[in-house]
Design a protein around this ligand. Sequence first.
Ligand code: SME
Length: 189
Amino acid sequence: MSLLGSGANADAGTQGMVDDKECVPYRMFEIPHASSGSTSERYAKILESLAMITVGESNLIANLANTASILYRSLPDVLWAGFYLYDGTELVLGPFHGNPACIRITMGRGVCGYAASERMTVLVPDVLVFPGHIACDALTKSEVVVPLVHNGELIGVMDLDSPLLDRFSNEDADGLERIAQLLMSRMPA
Ligand code: SME
């Protein structure tokens, strides 16, 4: 278990940032470590942390950026965690952690485009057998994509990639769907 206050933000403290009102949530904020606990315990902690860091914040980009960071740092065997946002025509790369990725994805194309157009979570145990999979990183072997929908409107998708085959379970899908719900609940009604 690591506390951000003892890591990067401790440095921020020496620069006088810790006392800034804007930085207070970071001190309170705990990131579950990738190697600790069961999958359900890990998602419970991630949700708790995200609930804390997003409370009172309705800016979608800010909340997605922190979520990408937390997912990338908290989940084992994940090489990319992030979002594509729907611009009314196609999916456009949003906040993420990992290597640079494809910028635009046509609706219906790849795992992201399929999940977005069907508005359903898609678990891909082996990307090589998913028709039309878009290989942003040749190391990716499995993937999960969860749609983000607010008031019936498609906002985008959450995408996680792994270098392991069959990395993501239904438990991961459930946890990520709950995270997607939390993020959507932070958007203005
Ligand atoms: N593999 C995705 C493309 C996005 S990257 O994985 C970040 C897809 O097939 O839609």
